[in-house]
Design a protein around this ligand. Structure first.
Ligand code: XIL
Length: 378
């Protein structure tokens, strides 16, 4: 009897060891990475019934963050490579005026892995070359600027036809100053900011949407901006979307979501999503990151404290509860992070140059942070 029992024990130990080995192999094969909290689930899978999970990428991060990107996201935005200065650096509208190399790398990577792509962006006051606004030694005319804008939009829509499902047609056209509606420190506003067509908006805004709609009616057209979830800018954004919608020229609004662990509160975000959705457009969170600093804070840190990481987890958790609710109600159709892990974030240089920040769900070594778990498990 004793001997029998000993044999049994040996068998069960061997079976358990085999099972452990198999489990280990499974994780090792990339079904999911391990962490002290257990296997790391894929957010894209966890959120499959809610919305695509996106990340801003570039050809470098597709290499340096490849495993995380492939396991976690199913939507891409080019962090910089579809912006005018990158994709259309030289004057004119010949093939030689454009440089599609980096953008095509991103789009081809996406297509070969079943990842969708948001286009970002056609018309923005930043990262646009000065040649767009000059004619020889003179300033360009309004007509020249609008013609270049149309050629640019037409060329990009043709190039990415069937590969990019939506575009941020106009980015950040609204003012931060509550006493005015439109951003005036924009060359687009300077050259084509009048409302000659009585559209209730600068000509360049209306015409960018009209050009895009005419060039490819199958692409979804978005207005994208920051701080449009509250205050005067929120009201101005609602007005803009309402007017464009009345003309059939807009399909969605992108709330960027460059926020912090202190702000905004979840109800503000819920109210904004509800209000935009009530206008009959899609709503997406397009550039989400939660800084561990208050906006103007000039202090620096070597590393985020456990307390800050905990606050960040709570803030992400509250926001994703809103996102899930809104998605279930048919009001939110995408959430894109502005990056994926803290080793690559634009906030290391904005708004304070050289101030390291930790705004994303994975740390600098690509390990899940408390914020990841708050988003992945509820
Ligand atoms: C940022 C990029 O992340 C940086 O690499 C670049 O230097 C500046 O632009 N709003 C937008 C994004 O719409 O395009 C910006 O991206 C961040 C703010």
């Amino acid at each position: 009897m004793r001997i029998h029992q000993a044999r049994l024990n040996k068998t069960s130990i061997a079976t358990a060891a085999l099972a452990l080995l198999a489990l280990g192999l499974l994780y090792g094969l990339g079904a999911c990475e391990k962490s002290p909290q257990g296997p790391v689930p894929s957010l894209a899978k966890v959120y499959a019934d809610y919305f695509p999970i996106g990340a801003a990428v570039d050809p470098q991060t597709l290499v340096s963050q490849r495993d995380l990107i492939l396991s976690q996201v199913n939507s891409f935005t080019a962090e910089n490579d579809m912006k005018w200065e990158n994709i259309h650096p030289r004057p004119g509208n010949d093939p030689s005026s454009y440089d599609f190399t980096a953008a095509d790398t991103i789009v081809n990577f996406a297509m070969s892995h079943g990842i969708r792509v948001r286009g970002h962006n056609f018309v923005w006051y930043q990262q646009v070359p000065s040649w767009v606004f000059v004619d020889g030694r003179s300033p360009a005319t309004r007509a020249e600027v609008l013609e270049r804008m149309k050629e640019h939009i037409d060329t990009l829509l043709a190039h990415f036809k069937g590969k990019v499902y939506c575009w941020d047609v106009v980015n950040e056209a609204l003012s931060d100053d509550p006493s005015e509606t439109w951003r005036t420190n924009s060359p687009w506003y300077y050259y084509a900011g009048a409302d000659t067509g009585h559209y209730g908006m600068p000509d360049y805004v209306e015409l960018a949407f009209a050009d895009a709609r005419a060039a490819d009616p199958s692409v979804k057209l978005f207005y994208n901006d920051y701080n449009i979830e509250s205050g005067a800018k929120f009201q101005h954004a609602l007005d803009l979307v309402r007017r464009l919608k009345a003309k059939g020229l807009i399909d969605g609004v992108g709330i960027q979501g460059h926020w912090s662990i202190y702000w905004p509160d979840a109800d503000t975000v819920r109210n904004a999503i509800d209000s935009f959705a009530a206008l009959g457009v899609q709503v997406q969170i397009t550039e989400l990151d939660l800084s561990v600093f208050r906006y103007g804070d000039l202090s620096t840190l070597q590393a985020p404290s456990p307390d800050l990481l905990q606050l960040q987890a709570e803030a992400y958790g509250r926001l994703f509860k809103v996102f899930r609710d809104e998605a279930k109600a048919g009001k939110l159709t995408g959430v894109t992070f502005w990056g994926i892990a803290d080793d690559h974030t634009w906030l290391d240089d904005f708004p304070v140059a050289g101030r390291k920040d930790w705004p994303l769900l994975f740390d600098v070594q690509h390990r899940p942070k408390p914020a990841f778990w708050a988003v992945a498990k509820w």
